[in-house]
Design a binder for this molecule. Structure first.
Ligand SMILES: *Cc1c(COP(=O)(O)O)cnc(C)c1O
Length: 437
């Protein structure tokens, strides 16, 4: 491969029609932000819209704002906008609660459906490498209901998943893009195989929504949840979202049957009657101020629709991650870095993860945290994910095509080279652990 230069990267930016989308965000000066997969950046519109909701809607109009400002319908209004990013139809998505809570609701509904349609199946199948909260929620629910949570030792390898679809699997619960490795599953193929094997699917889109094209209806998936504060840029603690396939949504209540999921909450009847459709997946009063911020974030992604939407963003995301991989391999060779994220486009989300390796290419456990800290001190913000017995410590870099350019990628790799070349990362100040990594 030809040696890539800074000038090449600048030329790519000059030819990129999506680059203007970064103007939708308030990006901190001097920062190359590669952590949009953990907390997305702030949309420019968010401060004023949230301030208006506080001062005019809450401060002046008070209780009338539930109707007048559309507060009551906001979870579904924002849900309809998210639906456009994930291959869902209007009325199929609601923005509410956290990913963890929503997972509890859909997994519970999926188990109820499986108990009717495929009785006797007592296993929820997932991956040991899944995000821990997903496993914790599934573990508790399985325990409560007499199911077994079975974990595959797997990192997004599709044949392995298909091989594990045993006749006792009620629900296959997967995260589409692995938070740690960036490996992406083929949702359509796995869902089809799960259905052929008699299992339902629950998909977590935390690292997919706003990052890669998702086609829930086209994949005939059963249930999905996803995160509002990552690639949707909804702000810290933003509401998550939940989707249920139309063929399932009205068959069961979800177990957190609060009054906001009632068919007529203001009739104040003593008995529960679930609302039709996805509205029943709400529980209690919704966090309106956070929903306002989330709507700003989702609007930034919808602003890409005239420029080709998620398909165009995906093309750019792959170009950015390809470029970063190439730059690391060309410029940082010999400095003990190995690629963890799949090279294959079909199997890669919107992030690149690196591990530390020794001279023979074997993974070693040292330095990942400190290298990330040294990069952050230089304004290149990625993050570190701790290893377990099977996975190495990881340097994780999220590439959000909405606001990153090719020159940013150049500089990120260049800082990485400097941190390694000068052994800057070995300074004690970069080796002190903080509470949130
Ligand atoms: C980020 C993330 C979550 C977050 O869950 P919260 O309930 O919002 O804290 C859940 N699952 C996955 C796969 C994630 O990446």
């Amino acid at each position: 491969m030809n040696t890539i230069t800074l000038t090449d990267c600048q030329a790519l930016d000059a030819a990129d029609p999506l680059l203007e989308l970064r103007l939708l965000y308030d990006l901190p000066a001097g920062t190359i932000y590669l952590d949009g997969n953990s907390l997305g950046v702030m949309p420019r519109t968010a401060p004023a819209r949230v301030a208006e909701a506080v001062t005019a809607e809450w401060g002046r109009d008070l209780i009338q704002s539930w109707n007048k400002a559309g507060w009551f319908a906001l979870p579904q209004k924002v849900g309809d906008k998210i639906a456009r990013l994930i291959g869902a139809a209007p009325g199929e998505v609601v923005a509410t609660d956290s990913t963890s809570v929503n997972l509890f609701k859909v997994l519970s509904a999926a188990l109820n459906i499986a108990a009717l349609d495929a009785p006797g199946r007592k296993v929820v199948l997932s991956e040991r490498s899944n995000f821990p909260t997903d496993l914790y929620i599934a573990e508790a629910l399985c325990k409560e209901r007499g199911y077994t949570l079975r974990l595959m030792d797997n990192d997004g390898s599709q044949p392995k998943v298909l091989a594990e679809l045993a006749p006792d699997v009620a629900v296959l619960m997967l995260t589409h893009v692995n938070y740690r490795t960036g490996a992406m599953h083929n949702m359509a193929a796995i869902t089809a195989a799960a259905h052929a094997a008699g299992s339902l699917t629950v998909w977590d889109l935390a690292h997919s929504a706003g990052a890669v094209p998702v086609d829930l209806n086209g994949s005939a998936a059963d249930f999905a949840v996803g995160c509002g504060y990552k690639y949707l840029n909804g702000g810290p603690g933003a509401p998550a979202f939940v989707w249920a396939n139309a063929r399932h949504v009205d068959r069961f209540w979800q177990p957190l049957s609060g009054w906001w999921g009632h068919a007529a909450p203001f009739e104040f009847t003593p008995d529960y009657r679930p609302a039709a459709g996805i509205a029943r997946y709400q529980c209690g009063t919704q966090p309106i101020l956070s929903l306002k911020a989330l709507e700003c974030g989702v609007d930034t992604l919808l602003a890409a629709e005239p420029l080709g939407g998620m398909a165009a963003l995906r093309t750019k995301s792959l170009a950015l991650t390809d470029l970063f991989i190439a730059l690391v391999e060309q410029r940082c060779a010999g400095h003990g870095l190995g690629l963890v994220t799949p090279r294959d486009h079909e199997a890669r989300g919107s992030q690149v993860c690196l591990s530390r390796t020794d001279a023979a290419g074997a993974t070693v456990g040292t330095g990942a945290y400190a290298i990330v800290q040294a990069l952050i001190a230089r304004g290149v913000v990625g993050d570190f994910r701790a290893g377990d017995t099977r996975h190495p410590d990881i340097l994780r870099f999220g590439f959000t095509p909405m606001y990153l350019g090719y020159e940013d990628v150049w500089h990120a790799a260049d800082h990485l080279l400097q941190v390694l070349q000068t052994a800057e990362w070995q300074q004690p100040r970069f080796n002190q652990k903080h509470a949130v990594t």
